[in-house]
Each structure stands twice: as C-alpha cells, then as structure tokens.
Design a protein around this ligand. Structure first.
Ligand code: B3K
Ligand code: ZN
Length: 860
C-alpha cells in the first residue's frame, strides 16, 4: 500500500536532519513461530523501556496480514493501528507488550520478511522487512537480545536455523518439531534471520586467533552440496584475513550460510546466519566462470566482514548506510586483492565504479555518500553508497597510511562496540587515532558529483610544476560545490629512459593549485592518480605519444592500464565526432603490450580491451549510440586484422590444458577469449569454427561462456548450434540458464531487440525470480546500441517489464529504472521517448513508492 501525503498525493520524504532517538527501547524480545507456507503465526513478547522523559506511546511498525491480539503487561490494550503503525499507550517506564499476528510466506512475492523459495522458508529483513514479520520499532538504533522458538512440519522443514546458538530442540505433535535459538549479541531487527527447509550442510570448523573452535555450515539443497567447496574455502580465508589485517575475531560458536534461489540482491549479513543468493555460493568448474568464483569469494568475505563492520557496530539510521557498506566493500576489495593480483583487482574495481557509480553521480539520481533524504530506503543501496563509499574509506587509508588507518579502525571498533553510530563517528575515530585533521575531508560524505581535475605540467624557472584545477559539477539539490580535498599519487617518468621519479602523494584541496615537483627529469611525462588514488575524472594535455609511452613504461600498473584506456578513448571520441581517426597509436600500444613478456596475461587482457560503449558515451556531450558502436567496431576490426598473427599466437599460447582455478590459469583463460574476440572481429572465415571448437572442447564454464559470447555476435550456424547445446545441457540449472539469457541480451547483432522480446516470452523466463529478471532485462539495458534504438522500442520494453515486476516485487522493479533516467545525455528524439516512458510509469495507478521515487526523480 502506498502511504501518501493526503494533499499532494506523493509518498512522504524522510530526512536525515529529522533524526531523533527512539522513544522506546526494546532490550529483549522473544519470538514464537508456528510455521506454514500458507500461514505462519508469530507471537512476540517485547520488553520495552521508555527512552528519555516524554509521554508518547510505543510505535510499532506493522505490515502483517492480520493482527490477532495485542496485550500490555498481560492485559488486552486499546491500541490504534493506522498508516501501518501500531500505537500502544503505556503509562509506566517499562512494560511487556505481546502481539500475535498472521503472515503468509507463500504469497510474499516481494521477498521481504518471511517468504517461501523452492519449498524453503527464509527471511530478508534489511532494510525494513522485519515489520512484515511482526510489529516492532523497525529502525536500526533499537538493539535487542533475541530468543526465538520455531515449530513446523518435520518432513517439510527438517532443518530449523536462526541467529545465535541452538539451545534446545525436540519433537512436537502431528509430525512437527521445534528448535530454540538464542542470540546473545544485541542487534537491530534488520539483522534478524531464520530458515526452515530441507537442507544439507557442508560442515567445517575454524579455530580463531584465541583458540576458540567455530562450527561452520554452508546449507544448500542436497544436490548442490558438491558446489560449496569454494564458498567454504573463501569463508575460512576471510575469517583468517580479518584476524590478521584488522585484528577482528569471530564471536559466536556457529557461523552458518544458507543459499536461496529467490533473493533480491547478493547476500545478507544476518548475525551468525548469512543468507545468500545461491549465485554467490554455488560453483563448480562446469557451471561457474572465473568471474563467478571471484564474486563468490568477494561476497562471502563481504558478508563475513560485516560481523564487525555492520553487526557489532551498526548504523544509527539508514542515512548512515555507507558506514557499514562503504567500509565493508573496502574491506572485501582489499581481501580479494590480497588473495590474487592487486593490479587486476584495482582495475576491476575502478571499471565497476565507472560503469555504475559515475553515471549515477552524473544523473538525476545523484546523491551524496551519506544521503540527506529518501522516499524508499531500498533505492539507496546504490553504487554511490557502496562503491564510492569504499573509495572514500580508501582515500582515508591513503592519506593516513596503513598503520594509522589500522589504529583508527581499532579505536572505532572498541569505542563503538554494541552501538548504532554515524559516518561522523567513523571519521572521528580516524582523526582521534591518527592526529590528522579530517574536517575538510568530510565533504566527501556530503557533496555528490564526480570531481573533474585538469592537470598539466608547467616549466617554471625553479623547475617543473604540476598545475591542477578541480571542479565539482552541480547535482540535484546541490547547485554550488566547494572544492574537495583530493589525494593524488603522482610521479614523473623520464621520456628518455622510461624511469620514474619517486611517487609522491599530494592533496589538492583548493579550486586550483600549482605544486613544485623536485628532481624532474629533462623530458618528464606526468603519471597521475596512480592506483586510482581518488574517484575523480582526470583530464590532462598528454598527447597520444605520451599516453603510448606511459602504456609501455609506467611502473604503476593501474596508471599503465589507464594510459592505454585514455589513448583508446581519445581515439574513439575523435572518431565519433569526426567520422574517422588515426588508429595507429592504439594499434602500436596494443602491440607493445601484447608482446611484453614481463606482463601478466591477466593484466594484458584488461589493457587490450577497448573501453565499453557506455563509457565512451559517458565522455561525450551527446551520446550517439550508433556512431559509438560503428567506430568502436571499426577500431576492433582494425586491431584484429593488423595484429592478427599476435592474437592467434596469444590464443594458441593460452589454450589451457586442464582446468585449474588460480591467478595464472584465470589470466590465461581471459586473454585467450579476448584474443578469440579480436580474431572474430577480423571476419576471418575460421573464427566461428574456432569459437565452436573452444565451446565443444572446453572443460570449464569460463571458456564455454566466452566462446558463446563471441559466437552470439555473428550469424553462423555454429552460433545457433552452440546456443541450442548450451540450453539443452543446462536447462535445469537456473544459475547457468541466467547466463544463456544474459549472453543473448548483450549481443551486438542488429536483431537483438527482437531476440530479447522473444526471450521475455520464453517458458523459462519469469518475473518471480530476480536473478532471471536481471539476467535478461538488466543485461539488455546496458547494451547501449540496442537499448537506445531510435524507435524507442527498447525503452518501452524496459518500462513494461518494470511495471509488470512492480506488481510483484517493487524493490527489484525500482532497480531497473535508472537507465531511463539518463535521457539528458541523448538527442531530443531519444530524450522525449525516454521521458514518455518515465511519465507513463509515474501515471500508473497503484505504483509502488519504490518505482515512484526512481521514476519521478528521473524526470526532474
Ligand atoms: N546488507 C545487504 C544489503 C541489503 C539490501 C537491502 N535492500 C547486503 C550487503 O550489502 O552486504
Ligand atoms: Zn554489505
């Protein structure tokens, strides 16, 4: 139901400045669940305590099917239920409030609260799902100790799990059984979880740094057990890493993970009982790609790390979401870098930031890392809060250095253990532990928009200087910006020898500045924002020659990659605006990289890939999807043809013998398939056969999906045969079938829209499963050329899907809106068509506030 302002008809806006502490605390809660998929009865006993001196009633958020009973200190009470809030008048300073309600897990298509997925019952409470289970003050600064009892049919639900420790279990009447779980750590209700289902566990143990043994379990359906080894190895590695790098020890005797097929996002860090989208648990070489393996390790680590950064120290209110998410993403990125290649991981993280966060920061949905207002908090689990938030933490790490940063996190955890705190508390702990003043730095939390830096070298009589300017663009609600403190790692490379000067860190904190660089060589070339030290866009006056030089010599791997990307981007944007450009510098630079025997194949693979079509579009005043596609394909074909012998060498050199999952084998697989793509781009007559052979002979999903991804862009018989074979082989494996949908949605063929529309009518397509929906619809919306078809068909398709999904699952529907909000970046014809779809959505009766917020803000 849409809670609306009675005069304007719009749903209410929640503002950060309106925060006030809770009127009532709930130190203890006991829950009793009588489980059933059709109906579950929930009884809750809340011990409540007045917080401060006021006479206000106890307010409980409640979005349940039916409220059966409410009592106060054992007596019936005159409660009042309106606008999904249950108000209980209380005279004394403390009381016992009991409620009994009914909920309907099977009818819960929103997948928030208690719901059914594949015959299992499971929960999702963050951010505001607990109110769909039982009436409660559903806000993260109300922390409670939980006791839970659940009972249900033993045959349907042989396994009963919840947060904390199992304290008792037994048999009940009529084929039922029960279990009691107590969680000793006070927690906000968004971390509540329970699961009932027919599951088996991969069990293991971990001995903590103080010698305590922790029982680990990864719970899945029986047939999936062989696919849990990688998740378990990742979990143990993460537990060890958090002890070594942050001094954080696990605190309960049990840590469980449960895999669920129907899940709104990646996974959830509930205390002691993480619930995961099965795509971030299940893997074997036949069904999961290297990217899947890496993502599993990253997400398992992320959720585990939340045990401290999120659970032990949680958020005061939802505006502080980046307190736990930005910090935890930084922690998982650092973990994955330590487990593999720092250089490649940094490149991947920056690619992700540029693909998801930069466009958000440049569009109508731009918001600060710590937002000021929201209509629906689910819409703020964004790349800004997560990925830019992680960059903000990383910049503090860079400015303070690793030792002082660690002193800061130690202080943060000890000072705030068991509390619900703010981003400000985190920065304050960093300041207090390091003695470094971060007052100006706080702007990174409050100002939205990606800063743009202009940097150039200037010769002064005293020597070489770097001249810097910054500009932070206006964003909704923030027309004028202050200059930000921007940490930039800088070095100069000697054009004669290729040698770098010592790297130095400068912090640009004014609108413009000029900084002397000592010890400059005679012919210096600027290497800046090394390791991507700040999440900014850097413009320089470096020539194609300079960029090619850096792409061959820069000693910072990220800067080296970046020089090549910049060279490619400059070439492609020139080609799009003038209709043609000199490809030679790019071809030479790629040749150099491909033949540099000192480089790791995984790095080469990243370096030789052209920037994506959307990234090219992001750098243009008006995006021209057709021209971008045409010019990018022309450069790809030219690179393919001119360097064909090198691509064929690279292909042959990296045809792996047998599958192994390690950095070297992963890099070889990646470079091999990229080389295959370039061979196909030449139009070579044997390309389809080569790809089909890779498809047929591969012993792993990375190679198989890679081959399919190359074939799907062409018109060969091999393409149809491989797509058919893939479908037949994996039709019963939902996660792999998602790849089949995605690969087709990303095709560069002209008829992709027809294909996508047909796939939406495929019997295996469903709106009920968020993974499947995203595999087709979200994937299609990033296929720039196809989605932005001048007819507007792509826009209509997306809007139809959003409206259909909104009826089932508003949270997941709303996540699909942002591509339509980019209309300002396109020509008038496309902009009008995109706006028309947004207007159609906003005018739809019964629209959720989730989609309303995204669509109405996108129109503004
Ligand atoms: N904290 C959850 C995300 C919940 C999203 C709610 N809309 C997973 C994570 O970031 O670890
Ligand atoms: Zn998280």
């Amino acid at each position: 139901m849409l809670d609306v302002n009675k005069t304007t008809g719009a749903p209410p806006v929640i503002r950060r400045e309106d925060y006030s502490p809770p009127d009532w605390l709930v130190p203890d809660i006991s829950l009793d669940f009588r489980l059933g998929a059709e109906r579950t009865i929930v009884r809750a006993t809340l011990q409540v305590r007045r917080n401060g001196s006021h006479r206000r009633p106890l307010l409980l958020n409640s979005e349940v099917e039916a409220i059966h009973r409410v009592t106060l200190n054992g007596e019936p009470v005159n409660y009042w239920y309106e606008d999904q809030v249950l108000r209980v008048p209380i005279e004394g300073e403390s009381a016992t409030v009991e409620t009994e309600v009914r909920i309907a897990p099977r009818a819960n298509t929103q997948l928030m609260g208690l719901y059914e997925s594949n015959a299992m019952l499971c929960t999702q409470c963050e951010a505001q799902g607990f109110r769909r289970i039982t009436p409660f003050p559903d806000r993260p600064d109300v922390l409670s100790r939980y006791k839970l009892r659940m009972s249900g049919d033993k045959a349907l639900y042989p396994v009963l799990l919840a947060n904390g420790d199992l304290v008792a279990s037994g048999e009940g009447e009529g084929g039922t059984h029960w279990a009691e779980w107590h969680d000793p750590f006070p927690k906000p209700c968004y971390l509540f979880a329970m699961v009932a289902g027919d599951l088996v566990a991969n069990r293991d143990t971990f001995t903590t740094m103080s010698g305590r043994k922790v029982d680990l379990g990864i719970w899945v359906r029986a047939g999936d057990l062989p696919k849990t080894a990688h998740a378990m190895a990742s979990l143990k590695a993460a537990m060890k890493w958090d002890e070594e790098v942050y001094g954080r020890e696990y605190d309960l005797d049990i840590f469980n993970i449960v895999a669920v097929d129907d899940f709104n996002f990646g996974a959830m860090e509930n205390k002691g009982l993480n619930i995961f989208n099965s795509r971030y648990v299940l893997a074997d070489p036949d069904t999961a790609t290297d990217a899947d393996y890496d993502a599993i390790a990253g997400v398992v680590a992320h959720e585990y790390f939340h045990n401290w950064s999120g659970d032990r120290v949680t958020c005061r209110d939802w505006f502080q979401l980046s307190l736990k998410e930005g910090f935890t993403v930084f922690r998982d990125q650092s973990f994955s870098a330590d487990m593999g290649s720092h250089a490649v991981k940094r490149i991947e993280d920056v690619k992700m930031l540029r693909a998801a966060q930069f466009p958000e920061d440049a569009g109508p949905l731009a918001h600060p890392v710590r937002p000021d207002s929201y209509i629906e908090i689910s819409n703020f689990y964004t790349a800004t809060v997560y990925n830019k938030g992680a960059e903000v933490i990383r910049m503090m790490h860079t400015i303070l250095g690793p030792e002082r940063f660690r002193a800061g996190t130690d202080l943060y955890f000890s000072r705030h253990d068991g509390q619900a705190v703010t981003c400000e508390d985190f920065v304050k702990a960093m300041e207090d532990a390091s003695g470094v003043d971060l007052s100006h730095f706080r702007l990174w939390y409050s100002q939205a928009g990606t800063p743009r830096i202009k940097a150039r070298l200037v010769n002064r009589t005293e020597g070489v200087h770097v001249a810097l300017e910054q500009e932070v663009p206006p964003t909704p609600g923030q027309p004028v910006k202050q200059p930000m403190p921007i940490p930039l790692r800088i070095a100069l490379l000697d054009e004669a020898t290729g040698r770098p000067t010592d790297e130095r860190l400068i912090v640009l904190d004014k609108a413009s500045d000029e900084i002397a660089l000592d010890g400059a060589p005679a012919r210096p070339v600027l290497s800046i924002n090394r390791d991507f030290s700040a999440p900014v866009i850097v413009e320089t006056d470096r020539s194609a020659v300079d960029l090619a030089f850096l792409s061959a010599h820069d000693d910072d791997p990220f800067a080296r990659y970046e020089a090549m990307q910049q060279l490619m981007l400059d070439t492609l944007t020139a080609a799009v605006s003038t209709g043609g450009a000199d490809h030679a510098p790019v071809i030479e630079a790629v040749r150099q990289t491909l033949t540099d025997a000192n480089l790791d194949p995984a790095f080469i693979a990243e370096a030789v890939l052209l920037p994506s079509e959307s990234f090219i579009g992001d750098r243009m005043a008006v995006v021209d999807p057709e021209a971008i596609r045409a010019r990018r394909e022309a450069l790809r074909a030219d690179l393919g043809r001119t360097l064909e012998p090198l691509w064929r060498d690279a292909y042959r050199a990296h045809v792996a013998n047998r599958y192994a999952y390690n950095p070297a084998a992963k890099g070889a697989r990646r470079l091999k398939t990229i080389a295959l793509g370039y061979i196909a781009a030449t139009g070579a007559p044997d390309a389809a056969a080569l790809a089909k052979r890779q498809y047929d002979e591969s012993d792993n999903m990375t190679d198989r999906q890679g081959a399919l991804g190359v074939l799907v862009n062409g018109y060969s018989a091999e393409r149809d045969a491989a797509l058919q074979a893939f479908y037949e082989r994996y039709r019963t494996n939902g996660l792999v079938l998602d790849k089949w949908f995605t690969t087709q949605a990303l095709s560069t063929r002209d008829d992709v829209l027809d294909q996508v529309e047909a796939l939406a009518g495929h019997p295996d397509f469903t709106l009920a499963n968020p993974n499947r929906l995203r595999s087709l619809v979200a994937a299609f919306s990033v296929n720039q050329r196809a989605f932005h078809d001048a007819s507007g068909r792509g826009y209509r398709f997306l809007a139809d899907m959003i409206l259909a999904e909104d009826k089932l699952n508003p949270q997941t529907a709303a996540k699909l809106v942002p591509p339509l909000g980019r209309w300002r970046r396109f020509d008038e014809g496309r902009a009008a068509l995109m706006r028309a779809e947004l207007e159609r959505m906003v005018a739809t009766p019964g629209l959720s506030k989730d989609v309303f917020e995204q669509a109405s803000k996108s129109l503004a």
